[in-house]
Write a protein that binds this ligand. Structure first.
Ligand code: ZN
Length: 299
């Protein structure tokens, strides 16, 4: 993994660089969701917690202090019962963090730039997309287009919050609303979950497991979002070269972290696909571990 000394396990741009102005939702709020929640429209960035009868609060660990991004002094590195990935790169038994074959994963979409990616990656290669609820309800057609090309869709929460700093109820709200947006758009329930900023510890894991999901991390971070700021001196050529070195060193194995929210990162995703994965193909996350694409698909 290429390491940024200031932010060694960075998964995403710092939150100040996230887009905040979003167009209004275009996806209809389904009647079944009104029946269940009593609401009539999609929530904003802080979705309300809706109690679910299958959640058992009794099994959620209580020995892990809430911490904001980078507040690792609040945790105990040696305590594997906490197992923070964002602070200490700790992975749990059911986390997916590498792949027998290179695998591209794209976070933060669907976005207006996703179609360019879909149209330019090799049609025979399938990837995995970790989507945000707030984006899905704005670009449902782009979400469906991604599904129709055979890619696997996973959850990246509702609105991209750093989960280890949230209460159990707030984490559940981030997860349930993201699943409802995916279900309302394409009639499926996700199996694979990517935590924003790689923010996951055993408290967050205990909640996502209750939804039947598993965390998907990475072993190659492209830091593609740094392309947005030229002062980082991080070019798409650097990314492709670093990935080629990683591939040689790692015997062609690896789970690659990318983003499809902006044009620069989409372009480098296409370059990686065309220059590195063109001949050898790639695996989706479920193919990496011999797992299922979705927990359930409704007809
Ligand atoms: Zn993200």
């Amino acid at each position: 993994m290429s390491v940024d000394p200031l932010n060694p396990f960075a998964a995403d741009p710092p939150s100040s660089q996230q887009p905040v102005v979003l167009p209004p939702p275009t996806l209809k709020f389904p009647q079944w969701l009104t029946d269940f929640t009593g609401l009539k429209e999609w929530p904003g960035m802080d979705p309300p917690y809706i109690p679910l009868d299958f959640i058992n609060f009794g099994v959620i660990p209580t020995n892990i202090p809430l911490h904001g991004q980078g507040q690792c002094e609040l945790l105990n590195n040696g305590d594997l019962s906490q197992c923070s990935f964002d602070c200490f790169n700790c992975v749990s038994f059911d986390d997916v963090y590498t792949c027998p074959k290179l695998s591209q994963t794209f976070d933060d979409g669907p976005s207006p730039f996703t179609p360019k990616l879909l149209n330019n990656i090799k049609p025979t290669t399938r990837s995995t997309f970790f989507t945000l609820g707030v984006q899905i309800i704005r670009y449902p057609e782009i979400y469906r287009q991604t599904v129709s090309k055979g890619h696997v869709m996973g959850s990246h929460t509702w609105s991209h919050k750093f989960l280890p700093g949230l209460s159990n109820e707030q984490i559940i709200a981030q997860i349930e609303w993201s699943i409802w947006a995916m279900n309302a758009t394409s009639g499926h329930l996700p199996k694979w979950f990517r935590p924003p900023y790689g923010g996951i510890d055993n408290r967050v894991r205990s909640i996502i497991r209750q939804f039947g999901m598993q965390a998907v991390l990475w072993d190659f971070d492209t830091f593609d979002w740094k392309l947005l700021d030229s002062s980082n001196k991080h070019t798409s050529k650097d990314i492709v070269n670093n990935l080629k070195l990683f591939r040689e060193k790692n015997g062609g194995k690896g789970l690659i972290l990318e983003h499809d929210a902006v044009i620069n990162t989409v372009d480098v995703g296409i370059e990686i696909n065309q220059q590195i994965l063109k001949n050898e193909g790639q695996f989706t996350v479920p193919q990496c571990v011999g797992g299922i694409d979705y927990i359930k698909k409704f007809v």
